[in-house]
Write a protein that binds this ligand. Structure first.
Ligand code: SAH
Length: 349
């Protein structure tokens, strides 16, 4: 790390903003020393806001049926080898109850874009969860829907919505998605969600096919300007039944570096150490937290369907019961000096 690079880091830490070119340099000229320095600063910033608390979000994977066809994703509709499942509303409510018993105060419902989950069905689920557990935050991650649909679900009580932008570069977006999907629409969805009043999460995969440092610089600029409440980033991991099966996976190193940078761009952001990060490195989530992440998303799905929600190969935590996941994460976080927080874990702006 030379003096010029160090100045770039200082500028980021002070102003929370760099130009596109500067972000590109920050990424392109990083070395081990730089990564260590930024990770130290990022975790210090995170601790100054959230202490040593790591927020947990119980994740229910409600369906792997999807009308979309994202080229990277194992549950894309073109994947004929994917064994499809859909949880019934009763099963979903049961999972939410288990999560509540385990102490989780955020329940995330994530799934493919499955037509069964109409506004009526989803709103019914939100209302039932909120009725049973008024102190729970409900997060949705159900892909692209109309503004009216987002509004209806918000009115039913949903608090947060996760929709990764996937890439902030339109040309890159086209290389990762089928022709019928559009960058404009995805961005429009994010804008709508924010306007409606959700706490909104965006994000992207690190090391996705065709991704360059210039693309990543755009992702960082987008995050700087959009100021998402949450930001999900994890390494791209190839899935054997997709067109990207032979593409290289993203790295722990770059993912952790970017976690630090994102923390420094927007200090209060809720930043998960993702399951994908834990999948490519047994200590991935710990490394993520030590780089500035402050959220973990344990799986609450019924064990018998977990393997089927296979976005990428070798996904971890598909065999354990929900209670085991909770204990395992608690130990993992303790081992690095952090505690699991059983609160809603809202952003502290
Ligand atoms: N259908 C919802 C939920 C998507 S799954 C939606 O569209 O938002 C959640 C995230 O998993 C995606 O946004 C994507 O960034 C990530 N993902 C999908 N395939 C992946 C892969 N092969 N490797 C790593 N992450 C992947």
């Amino acid at each position: 790390m030379d003096n010029q690079y160090k100045e770039l880091c200082e500028k980021l830490i002070k102003t929370h903003s760099l130009s596109l070119g500067e972000y590109e340099t920050l990424i392109g000229q990083r070395d081990e020393e730089a990564a260590k320095f930024l990770a130290g600063e990022a975790s210090r910033v995170s601790r100054s806001i959230y202490g040593n608390q790591i927020f947990v979000r119980g994740l229910i994977e409600i369906s792997n049926i999807c009308k979309n066809d994202c080229l990277y994703c194992g549950i894309r509709r073109s994947n004929r080898n994917c064994e499809r499942y859909r949880l019934s509303p009763e099963e979903i409510l049961e999972c939410a109850d288990v999560g509540y018993q385990l102490g989780y105060r955020t329940i995330v419902m994530q799934g493919g874009e499955d037509g069964f989950f109409t506004d009526e069905v989803v709103c019914g689920l939100i209302k039932k969860i909120k009725e049973a557990h008024p102190d729970v935050a409900v997060t949705l991650s159900l892909g692209e829907r109309s503004r009216e649909s987002y509004q209806a679900m918000f009115d039913a009580g949903a608090d947060r919505y996760l929709l990764r932008h996937e890439t902030a570069d339109e040309e890159h977006y086209k290389k990762l998605h089928p022709d019928f999907m559009s960058f404009q629409n995805r961005m429009e969805c994010l804008k709508n969600l924010k306007e409606i009043g959700y706490q909104v999460g965006c994000g992207f995969m690190v090391g996705s096919p065709y991704q360059t440092n210039a693309h990543l610089a755009k992702d960082l600029k987008f995050i700087e300007e959009f100021k998402p409440d949450m930001c999900g980033i994890g390494p791209f991991i190839p899935h054997h039944d997709t067109p990207f099966k032979d593409e290289p996976q993203g790295t722990v190193e770059l993912t952790c570096f970017l976690l630090s940078v994102i923390r420094l761009i927007y200090p209060p952001v809720l930043l998960p150490a993702t399951t994908a990060l834990g999948t490519i490195d047994p200590m991935g989530r710990e490394k993520g937290v030590l780089s500035g992440a402050n959220v973990i998303m344990p799986n609450l799905s019924p064990v018998d369907v977990r393997k089927q929600y296979e976005l990428y190969d070798n996904k971890i935590c598909t065999g354990e019961e929900s209670a085991e996941c909770r204990g395992c994460l608690e130990n993992r976080m303790r081992s690095i000096g952090y505690e699991i927080s059983l609160t809603r874990g809202d952003i502290q702006k």
